[in-house]
Design a protein around this ligand. Structure first.
Ligand SMILES: [Ca+2]
Ligand SMILES: [Ca+2]
Length: 181
């Protein structure tokens, strides 16, 4: 495992550790699902809401399969399990990260034309209190073919890249809030 990949995973699980106690539990994943649904403004019980909650429940179940721990797993162990067991596991991605990425894409694609425009992308950042400059910078990183639109393939690829990237300049390296050194 490269150090960049390790940093990405560690930073991601620090965000997941809602309680901040250095352990992850089913409660953390449920809380993260709730936070994610809130950020995406998904109505309780809606199909997208259900997808997010199901995916994060499944993520926790996948981690549990690779440890003797039962109720909580040290965050550092979660990083190791992800790196050693899950980042190359297509079934894991199909049950967890994939549906989350698809849901985020659908929400960002406000007009439903299967592409995220700069305006659609910036609107979400502005709603989150971030600046247009940050949004445009991020947009260009994800728009890997530079045609001014983010298509579904680019979006899912950049999310998956966040788990496997060892290139500090890759778009995925900062996807979960991690900027390259
Ligand atoms: Ca669109
Ligand atoms: Ca593009």
């Amino acid at each position: 495992m490269t150090s960049q990949q390790h940093r990405n995973l560690a930073a991601m699980f620090e965000i997941f550790d809602v309680g901040g106690d250095g352990y992850l539990s089913a409660d953390d994943f449920a809380a993260h699902a709730k936070t994610t649904c809130g950020a995406l403004q998904l109505a309780d019980g809606s199909p997208h809401w259900t997808t997010i909650h199901t995916a994060l429940d499944s993520w926790w179940e996948h981690l549990l399969r690779h440890t003797a721990a039962e109720n909580r797993i040290p965050t550092t162990d979660c990083v190791t399990i992800m790196a050693d067991k899950l980042v190359d596991d297509d079934a894991f991605f199909g049950a967890t990260v994939g549906p989350i990425a698809e849901t985020v894409f659908s929400v960002l694609d406000a007009d439903g034309d299967h592409e995220i425009s700069t305006d659609e992308y910036v609107a979400v950042y502005l709603a989150s209190g971030l600046t247009r400059e940050i949004a445009v910078d991020a947009f260009h990183q994800i728009d890997t073919d530079g045609d001014g639109r983010i298509d579904r393939g680019e979006f899912v690829a950049v999310v998956r890249d966040a788990f496997t990237a060892d290139d500090p300049d890759s778009p995925g390296a900062w996807f979960f809030g991690v900027r390259p050194d």
